[in-house]
Structures are given as C-alpha cells and as structure tokens.
Design a protein around this ligand. Structure first.
Ligand code: HAM
Length: 427
C-alpha cells in the first residue's frame, strides 16, 4: 500500500499562502484597502475567468501576455482564460453592471490573483496577487495624479522608500499614428537583424518590437524615436498637468521616454513605480490611462485610468530593506485548559460560550496532562490560558492566566471576554 503513495507539490510558479504568510498578506491588503477607501474607491471582485477574446481585444493580440502567457482552455463552445490582469475584467463588469449608463464615474479597487504562464524566477510567478485601482468614466488629469500618488503611498506606508515613479505619455489618435510611422521608419533598416518575434511584430504591431527583451534587439533600439516629441498640444498639456498636480503633492516623477508598457490599451499617461535596487525586474507597479477601452468593449466613449501593484515584488522589496510588516495575529487568544479528568464536555461547552462572547479559543484534543496543556498554550503562541477544574465549574468561574505577564486571576465566566480585552488593551 504505502509503496503506491506519492506526494504532491504545488505546481511550478504557484505557491500556497500558509497562515503566517496570510498574516503578512493581510497587512498588505489592509494598507491597500485603507488607501483606496479613503479616496472613495469601492471594492469590486470580478470573475477569475473570462472569455479569451476579452483579453485579445483589450490587452492586444500581439503582446507577450496574449501570445505566450495565458492559461487558456475551451469549455463547451467558448474559449476561456484565467485572467492575466484585472483591468479588462473590471471594465467588462462595469459595462455589464450598467454603470456606464447610470453613474459613469466610478472608482473601483480589487485585490486578487492573476495568472500568467511566465518562466518562474525571482519576482515572477505564474499566480500572483495584484492590488488594482481603476478610476473609470473621466479623462480628468487629477485622476491620473490621484492613482499615481496612491500607488506610491502604498509602498511608503509599508516602509518602502527610495522608489522611482517613471512617467511617459503614449499620446493618442493622430500623434500615436505619427509616432508609429516614425518607429517603423527607424526600425526598417535594421529589422532583418532582429529576432523572429521582432520581425513578425514589425508587420503586426510595430510598437511592440520595442518590448523585446533580447539584448541584441535592445541594442538596435537605442536612439529610437521618443513619443513625447510627437504629442499634440492637448496631450502634452494633459501630461504636464498630471506632473504639475503630483509636484504640488511633493511627488517627484522621472520622465522615461522608453516606457511603453506591454499592453495595448494605453493612451496618454503611462507610469511605473520602480525599486531601482531590484535591477531588471524592478517594476513594482504599472499603469496608465486607457481612454478607448470602454468603447472598444462595447460601451460609450469614456476615459479611464488605473494601475496594478504586484504583491510579489512588494514583499521582495520589504525583505531587502529588512522591513517586517506588523503581521496581524492569527493565533487564537485563549487556550482552554482542563484541570482535571473527564472534563471534555465541559471544556467543549465553555469554549463555545467564550466564542459566543467574541473570544477566540482552542482546547486540547489529545488528552494531555494539565502541565502539557499549559506547555501547549505557551508553545502555540496563545496569550491566555483559561483554566477550568471542578472548583471553577462549581463557582461558575475561569482562571484567566496572562501568559505574557505570568499573572492570573479568577473571573466569572461571563466576564472572561471583558477581562481579556482589558488586559490585552492595556498592554
Ligand atoms: P502590468 O505591468 O502587467 O500591468 O502588471 C502590474 C504589476 O504586476 C507589475 O508591475 C508587477 O509588479 C506585477 N506582475 C506582473 N506580472 C507578474 C508576475 N508574473 N509575477 C509577479 N508579479 C507580476 C497590468 O497588469 C495592468 N492591468 C495595470 C493597469 C491597471 N493598468 C491600468 N489599470
């Protein structure tokens, strides 16, 4: 029998969040949700799976994500994919929820897993968590600045400083067409020397040639035209306004003319927050404006801007800086200790009574001695041992022992919650 048994590991690029990891995760989630809620962003939880076509239409057919990285499969007649990013699904849900018609200006946030079939390496996973914020329904540059500032504050609240906020504008309409032509003209003389992927992208989506990670191709891209030189007056003014608004908040930005982002839906503002010490994979956050996506997905012509912060990179930055997020305690406060034999039913009932008062408690299920139970309470990291023997049962009391301070007091059963709250609160 035993011979046939095998063990299993979590698939490559995926990981489990064990309870101690979840405690750290919750700090990141609470920081994210606090920042978003203070700015009126409401939480949305879109589906994890969408029609593949949604991503092809929004992220773009000729992008790394759609060409190489989606977990796609067919169920029935529909090709579906695990979401590789959050924006497309949020816009789909916004339109399906009828917001575009009734209350078009919406601020949404979401925290959840995304899936990309990338080569796993430090900072890159196949399932990873993003904190996504999306301000939908407007082209007001204040929203660009709000989103960028919120992203930077997320890291600062966690204790990550020394970040670089890189910004660029992708233009829109006519200026984008002119830029595309200029890039095509720039690349044409050397395109034969590029890799296969670049050569195919040159025909299909010329701007994506500039995304190539191949060092030989990157060398050939040195000196490529910068889109900022092609911006219309209106788009230039929008870009400058975003930067001015950020400066007024004391938030400095660095113009990075090479910043084009790997998703097709962007127009005008694009940005990334980098932790330069992390080298090539230093982007902890990316985002920008996508003024045509709502229309592209069947809605009215409304602007939108947003970004996504990756938790994987955030945790690496925290580790490198030696910053430990103050994890939320996830161990039960109390351990009910049976001081005597045959008290199983009484301990069980007392535990539920205390839980009903709002105290988190566990109890021994291995028939341990009193001494071993006390040891278990200490080793398990519980703050209180809640001891009952026949005397306490008769008197309707519990011995509340504060394991941090080593102090003990006898308390009426109905007062345990208040006593624990008082002691823990005064610590
Ligand atoms: P993105 O740049 O593809 O943008 O991803 C945003 C962030 O997610 C990255 O900066 C990185 O920190 C993290 N990330 C991406 N892929 C991985 C991975 N394989 N493993 C770990 N972390 C990863 C978007 O996804 C856009 N939807 C952002 C956006 C929202 N734009 C407008 N609204």
């Amino acid at each position: 029998m035993a011979k046939d048994r095998r063990t299993y590991q979590v698939p490559r690029g995926f990981r489990d969040l064990l309870p101690d990891d979840v405690a750290v995760w919750q700090v990141l989630e609470a920081t994210a949700a606090g920042l978003a809620r203070r700015r009126g962003y409401r939480e949305i939880r879109p589906a994890l799976l969408e029609e593949t076509d949604l991503f092809t239409r929004s992220v773009g057919e000729v992008t790394d994500i759609v060409e190489k990285e989606m977990f796609s499969f067919a169920r029935g007649k529909t090709a579906v994919s695990l979401r590789p990013e959050g924006t497309a699904g949020i816009v789909r849900a916004y339109l399906e929820g009828g917001f575009a018609k009734t209350r078009p200006i919406q601020r949404f946030f979401h925290i959840g897993p995304m899936f990309r079939y990338e080569r796993p390496q430090k900072g890159r996973e196949r399932m990873f968590t993003q904190f996504d914020v999306e301000a939908l329904g407007s082209t007001d540059p204040r929203l660009d600045a709000e989103v960028i500032h919120m992203a930077a504050l997320f890291f600062e609240e966690l204790g990550i400083h020394g970040l670089e906020v890189r910004v660029n504008s992708m233009g829109d309409g006519g200026d984008r067409d002119a830029y595309r032509d200029a890039v095509r003209a720039f690349l044409a003389p050397t395109i034969a020397a590029h890799c296969d992927l670049c050569r195919s992208r040159f025909e299909r989506n010329v701007l994506r040639v500039l995304d190539c990670k191949n060092p030989k191709c990157q060398e050939l891209h040195a000196g490529a035209p910068a889109i900022l030189d092609f911006l219309s007056d209106e788009n230039r003014a929008h870009f400058e306004e975003v930067r001015t608004l950020l400066s007024a908040l004391g938030r400095e930005t660095v113009i990075d003319t090479g910043l084009v982002r790997g998703l097709d839906y962007y127009t005008r503002t694009v940005f990334e927050v980098h932790y330069p010490a992390m080298g090539a994979r230093s982007a902890l956050c990316g985002g920008g404006r996508y003024d045509h996506l709502i229309r592209e997905l069947g809605g009215p012509d409304l602007g939108a801007v947003g970004c996504a912060i990756g938790f994987t990179g955030t945790l690496i930055a925290l580790e490198e800086l030696g910053v430990k997020p103050q994890a939320v305690a996830s161990v039960a406060d109390g351990y009910v200790v049976a001081a005597g034999d045959d008290l199983d039913a009484e301990v069980f009932a007392l535990a539920e009574e205390l839980r009903a008062q709002g105290v988190s408690v566990v109890y021994d299920v291995e028939g341990k001695s009193v001494k071993a139970q006390m040891k278990g309470a200490n080793a398990g990291g519980h703050r209180f041992a809640l001891v009952v023997g026949s005397t306490e049962l008769e008197r309707g009391t519990v011995q509340v022992k504060d394991l941090d301070a080593g102090e003990q007091s006898e308390v009426a059963r109905g007062d345990v919650a208040a006593t624990i709250a008082r002691i823990a609160g005064s610590a």
